[in-house]
Design a protein around this ligand. Structure first.
Ligand SMILES: [Zn+2]
Length: 252
């Protein structure tokens, strides 16, 4: 493959590259609305789980208090029965005083219980609201991804097709040029630039005239001194576009 043919092949590859760059951009941008919904959903889920956890803690504290209340009330009942049987004044007074402090303890437990029940009641509404919001977000996420997924699949399949096309064009080039192409493509995303009005259209660098001439004449495959991309001229581009749509006659 001579140099003019190499430049023509690179020009064809650059047409494919343009589409590749566009497709990669779409793949990046297309999922963004769904990703935003997912991000919000994660936040709602975190808040919901935290509140549900807080609710469960208070609930188990309430149950613990209810059990204590039953136990402490039971003690009072037993002590009262015992008090009825006591004949000695001092012993009776001592027990009654103990019953008195036990009743204060019971009051205290009852106060705590009321407090816990109030917290639980106050938490129920926001908890349900968060649960609803979470369910809505989940539905919105499924819907958003449902719309995006087929488009993404289509783009990815097109990407696979034209990547194969590019690789086939690339395979025809000399090995050293392929290596160079791959190194630049890895770093820059696309490896070929068109010179237009002596300017690299990828990085806007003004290409020295003698270098432009080399490319225009098809003397050499040159790299842009600034972005390192392989340069093709507008003329190579036009020929590539023509052969792309209309195969060149073989018997010329
Ligand atoms: Zn450049």
């Amino acid at each position: 493959m001579n140099v003019p043919e190499q430049l023509m092949a690179l020009a064809k590859i650059s047409l494919v590259e343009d589409e590749l760059v566009g497709l990669r951009q779409k793949i990046k941008v297309l999922p963004q609305p769904a990703e935003a919904i997912d991000l919000e959903m994660d936040g709602t889920q975190k808040r919901y789980l935290q509140l549900a956890k807080d609710y469960d803690i208070i609930l188990s504290e309430r149950r613990q208090l209810e059990r204590s209340l039953i136990e402490e009330k039971d003690k009072v009942r037993k002590w009262q029965v015992r008090a009825e049987a006591i004949r000695k004044e001092r012993e009776y007074t001592a027990l009654m005083s103990e019953i008195g402090s036990q009743k204060r303890l019971i009051n205290d437990i009852e106060d705590q219980l009321i407090e816990k029940m109030q917290i639980l009641e106050d938490t129920e509404k926001p908890l349900h609201e968060l649960e609803d919001a979470l369910n809505e977000a989940k539905e919105a996420s499924v819907k958003a991804w449902g719309e995006i997924k087929p488009k993404l699949d289509e783009i990815n399949s097109r990407l696979t097709t034209i990547t194969a096309e590019r690789d086939a064009l690339l395979d025809a080039l000399p090995k050293s040029l392929i290596n160079k192409y791959n190194r630049i493509a890895e770093k820059r995303g696309n490896a070929i630039s068109i010179i237009r009005n002596e300017v690299c259209t990828q990085c806007r660098y003004k290409i020295p005239p003698h270098m432009c001439q080399m490319v225009y004449r098809g003397d050499a495959v040159e790299s842009c001194p600034s972005c390192q991309r392989l340069m093709v001229s507008e003329f190579n581009m036009e020929s590539a576009a023509v052969t792309e749509s209309k195969p060149v006659e073989q018997n010329a």
